[in-house]
Design a protein around this ligand. Structure first.
Ligand code: ADP
Length: 276
């Protein structure tokens, strides 16, 4: 009664194989399109600062400039060079992450120490980005006593640092002067742990949320560049967190701020490590 179904069952290498082949080809085409997009994005990201740098070099070579003007141009050139350094650094990080096996359960990282390092860096960045005379941002981190009971996470300390510091760095970079940033570490009753960064920044419209962790996806390109962003921070954070069995979720309200939360499964956390 159903000759077609019967023939598929009897000959799995007939119709079934054709379907598999066409699915493989579609996946290959998609991977190739993604690779081309990525190369185009990287080229664009490198070409922009290079063009600016070349322009300044030409100006310095051809125009007689006052000392203060010359110093200003050199400062802007250094800024572009740093931007390219960050980009290359982030590209290397991504490529290392893609080319290495996920970290196992044999290496543990003290969360207290990790958060202390992130706090120092965040405070330095916040001071750097606050314009002279503006109200400083308010940064709240777990206090010394809370840090002692944060325990340890299974995983690579440098990778974990890059993921958490990217989330905290974004909160600092996108929140205006006078705003506040709060970092929390909380143990859940089931033994899992939760890390959260809350900011009182501009917030993110819902239509951007699903694409935010894609490479080079930015809501406001010029703002991201101005604050030293490469467009790869969240892609790196998501990749690292996935490798560590953790999950990133983002909640945001336009005009009110954002919350980036990382959920760590119970088997990836253990108590102790306060002195680490
Ligand atoms: P970037 O280097 O541009 O910051 P990311 O991958 O870290 O790249 O972030 C992607 C984009 O997500 C940013 O360009 C910015 O538009 C948006 N974004 C990230 N974090 C925040 C935040 N805390 N508040 C508002 N927007 C954010």
């Amino acid at each position: 009664a159903h000759p077609v179904r019967l023939s598929v069952r009897l000959h799995p290498y007939g119709e079934g194989r054709r379907l598999m082949l066409s699915r493989d080809i579609t996946q290959l085409e998609q991977a190739d399109a993604m690779r081309r997009d990525f190369v185009a994005n990287v080229s664009h990201e490198i070409r922009t600062p290079l063009t600016v740098l070349a322009g300044f070099v030409e100006t310095l070579q051809t125009l007689p400039l006052q000392d203060d003007e010359r110093a200003r141009y050199l400062g802007l050139m250094a800024q572009q060079a740093r931007r390219m350094q960050h980009l290359v650094q982030d590209l290397l990080t991504l490529s290392r992450l893609e080319g290495s096996a996920p970290p196992g359960m044999d290496c543990w990282t003290g969360v207290g120490q990790l958060l202390q390092r992130c706090e120092q860096e965040a405070r330095t960045l916040s001071v750097q980005l606050t314009p002279a005379g503006a109200t400083p941002q308010r940064l709240v981190f777990p206090d010394a006593e809370q840090l002692l009971s944060c325990g340890e996470l299974a995983g690579n300390p440098e990778e974990l640092h890059s993921a958490l510091s990217n989330l905290i760095g974004n909160a600092v970079r996108y929140t205006p002067a006078g705003g506040s940033i709060r970092v929390d570490w909380q143990l859940q009753p089931d033994g899992s742990a939760r890390f959260a960064v809350r900011d009182s920044g501009p917030g993110i419209a819902p239509e951007h949320l699903p694409r935010l962790t894609e490479r080079f996806y930015r809501i406001d390109r010029s703002r991201s560049r101005e604050s030293g962003g490469t467009g790869l921070g969240l892609a790196i954070a998501k990749h690292v967190l996935q490798r560590h069995g953790a999950q990133l979720s983002i909640d945001s309200t336009l005009g009110q701020g954002s919350v980036f939360t990382v959920h760590w499964p119970a088997q990836r956390w253990r108590p102790g490590g306060a002195s680490a």
